[in-house]
Write a protein that binds this ligand. Structure first.
Ligand SMILES: Nc1ncnc2c1ncn2[C@@H]1O[C@H](COP(=O)(O)OP(=O)(O)OP(=O)(O)O)[C@@H](O)[C@H]1O
Length: 577
């Protein structure tokens, strides 16, 4: 395809030789005097039907689409820079403009001002439709066009999405638009009258045009055409107009692509927000079968007075389950919680059972303990597995007799409460080993609730991650595809607590709108490779856990679905059968 080279001073040079040299030296084919241009700076060469550009020697700065290149192919419409000079390759299929009608050459200062103004106008607009409207108006004004419209193409369908005035149907199905859509390159017709074929083009006739510029606008994988036209009384479009309009349409395309990404992100966030709403139960988030089963259990057990033992790995949300049980219980009293692992033995005793004045040094007054405070409500004993044996017998009395005696008193006080306890420790085994009282366990464990580890909850990890991110209210509002995959694949030994802190930390430290795996400190290419055996075991374990989750928590059904025995399933899980 014959092409022309547009120079910053408005000159248009046909590229006729197979190799064209560019530089400040008078011996070059294209002599350029601009900052940063060397005597022999760049070479343009024909490769079959295509053109490529490369630096003439090492150290010569040649950029295409802003990126420094060693060699890059060009198509009509491409802009590239040689030092500080910006050049454009355009199709020479259109008739050459008549020099007398050319507008004044563009100065880089004017282009910079136009670009800055245009960008400023676009940046305040967010929704894509408004952005297009503003882009079209800005382009039409800047190019001094009498007519401006944008044709959006989707398959066979063409639609004028914004225009500066009425656009007849004939203009939309026009051959000029066809040409831009087919080549992706701009079409510049300085003087319509000079081309018999074009002067009868439907758009030219319908809009009474004397000069046209039709530019491609790429947004993602979509291509649209920007149609600019001038009528009698206006000068023909010049190469400078073409150069400026191309720069503006590239900028508009970039902003549109960003706006589109943001819209997609917003849609993703909206749909996740709806999913999160539907998947929230008493502050717990999750829609996996394992969590749904847990919700049903809490709903059923809440209104009863049975003592509940909550078991689950650390950070799975046992405390939240206890609170949910209390709220669903409708008891008049409050939930009183004590963490048995956080306090030394003497303090737990005082805290739980209260004391009389003078019971120990520093006991200046009578004080009710947490057991009394929970009267009429729920007593939540977190980390019950860490309660010292000596206190377990005192607790047994409370649980069994429903009465409490303050330290330093002999009078027992009646209490009425429900006891919910939680532990990540194997209380049954501890009972057998004598480190936990089996009679107490028997009383506390009237009914058991198992909170599943996060790795058995499928996509709940994504819902919780999004929820935490939205609560942080920072710039980051979503996750990249890679981050989503990393979240899905991570085993989360610290469960929901680990997930929450990873997302919070990333939200505070990251600067973009989307968090990547590196922000979450998950995997990444720099992570060392795991030995094959370990990787295989981890995969098998994850797969088995997923099968259990998909079987609604039933290990038996999961074993059946996987075609293995129950004993093998336990072995793969690393548990005793
Ligand atoms: N399903 C859930 N949805 C949203 N957040 C959750 C969920 N489960 C737990 N969390 C959050 O995870 C964190 C840990 O929860 P929690 O303290 O209840 O875990 P735990 O099992 O009691 O831990 P530990 O055994 O260490 O005491 C909390 O910040 C809680 O808000």
């Amino acid at each position: 395809m014959p092409v022309l080279l547009l120079l910053p001073d408005g000159r248009r040079l046909p590229l006729e030789k197979p190799v064209v040299s560019v530089g400040t030296d008078a011996a070059c084919d294209v002599v350029l005097t601009a900052a940063g241009v060397k005597p022999s700076h760049a070479l343009l060469f024909r490769d079959g039907h295509d053109w490529s550009v490369s630096p003439a020697s090492k150290g010569c700065d040649v950029r295409v689409r802003g990126k420094r290149v060693e060699v890059a192919s060009l198509i009509a419409g491409d802009t590239f820079s040689v030092g500080s000079a910006v050049l454009t390759l355009v199709s020479a299929e259109e008739p050459l403009p008549h020099g007398k009608n050319l507008a004044a050459p563009a100065s880089s200062g004017r282009l910079a001002t136009v670009l800055a103004d245009f960008a400023a106008r676009l940046l305040v607009q967010r929704p894509a439709a408004e952005l297009l409207e503003v882009a079209m108006r800005g382009l039409t004004e800047t190019a001094g066009a009498d007519v401006g419209f944008l044709v959006w193409v989707e398959g066979e369908r063409r639609q004028v999405v914004c225009s500066t005035g009425p656009v007849p149907e004939a203009a939309v199905v026009d051959s000029l638009v066809d040409r831009v859509m087919a080549s992706g390159a701009p079409v510049w017709v300085p003087e319509v009258a000079a081309d018999a074929g074009l002067s009868s083009a439907p758009s030219v006739v319908a809009l009474k045009l004397t000069s046209t510029l039709v530019l491609p606008l790429r947004v993602g994988s979509s291509l649209a055409a920007i149609y600019l036209g001038r009528r009698v009384g206006s000068p023909p479009f010049s190469s400078v107009d073409l150069e400026e309009a191309m720069a503006l349409s590239s900028l508009a395309a970039l902003l549109l692509a960003t706006s589109r990404e943001l819209t997609e992100l917003r849609t993703q966030v909206d749909s996740l927000t709806k999913r999160i709403e539907a998947a929230t139960f008493e502050g717990l988030i999750g829609e996996s079968p394992a969590m749904r089963q847990l919700y049903r259990q809490v709903e059923r057990l809440g209104p009863t007075s049975l003592n509940v033992l909550i078991q689950g790995e650390t950070g799975t949300g046992k405390e939240w389950v206890a609170r949910a049980l209390h709220r669903r219980g409708g008891r008049r009293g409050r939930l009183v919680a004590i963490n048995c692992a956080a306090l030394p033995e003497s303090l737990i005793e005082r805290e739980l059972f209260g004391h009389a004045r003078g019971a120990f040094s520093g006991a200046g007054s009578d004080r009710a303990g947490l057991v009394e405070a929970a009267d009429g409500g729920t007593l939540f004993l977190d980390e019950i597995g860490d309660m010292p044996l000596s206190l377990q017998s005192r607790l047994l009395r409370v649980v069994q007799e429903r009465e409490v005696t303050r330290l330093g008193e002999s009078r027992a006080r009646k209490v009425d409460m429900r006891i919910v306890s939680a532990s990540h420790k194997p209380l049954q085994a501890m009972g057998e080993q004598g480190t936990f009282r089996t009679d107490l366990l028997f009383r506390l464990d009237e009914v058991r609730v198992e909170v599943p580890p996060l790795r058995e909850r499928g996509d709940d990890v994504l819902l919780i991650a999004h929820h935490v991110l939205s609560q942080e209210g920072r710039r980051a509002r979503g996750f990249t595809q890679k981050a989503t995959e990393a979240l899905r694949g991570h085993p989360f030994p610290g469960n929901v607590r680990e997930l929450v802190s990873r997302v919070r930390r990333a939200a505070v430290l990251a600067s973009g709108e989307l968090l990547g795996p590196e922000d979450l400190e998950l995997g990444g290419d720099s992570a060392p490779l795991t030995p094959l055996d370990e990787a295989r075991d981890a995969f098998v374990q994850r797969y088995v856990r997923e099968a259990i989750a998909r079987s609604g928590g039933s290990k038996k059904d999961a074993a059946q679905a996987l075609g293995i025995g129950l004993r093998s399933l336990f072995r793969y899980l690393g548990e005793e059968g």
